[in-house]
Design a protein around this ligand. Structure first.
Ligand SMILES: [Zn+2]
Length: 92
């Protein structure tokens, strides 16, 4: 209680007060806005890669991932996609 620590979204930099939800990761946080945008990007990406019909991933079924997993996934994804990173930064 004595220690007041203001948490920020590691992706858009918004503070805890500026967002509704701040999900804690291993060494960062992500707000609901960034999750939404990331989800859109991921959906687009997954939608575009259906040329190969070997993958049978049901897009309607959303599997709930742990924050750490989301963070790890986003990290991996964003690092390889400079454009996506830019979109994320601009969109928020
Ligand atoms: Zn954010």
């Amino acid at each position: 209680m004595a220690k007041q620590q203001t948490l920020h979204c590691s992706f858009c930099g918004r503070s805890r007060d500026e967002v509704k939800i701040l999900i804690a990761g291993q060494d960062g946080h992500i707000c609901e806005n960034c999750v939404e945008h990331a989800e859109e990007i991921i959906e687009q990406e997954l939608g575009n890669t259906t040329d190969n019909k070997h993958t049978n991933t049901p897009t309607h079924k959303l599997t709930v991932k742990k924050p750490v997993e989301i963070k790890a996934f986003l990290d991996e994804y964003v690092i390889g996609q400079d454009d996506a990173k830019k979109i994320l930064a601009v969109a928020v």
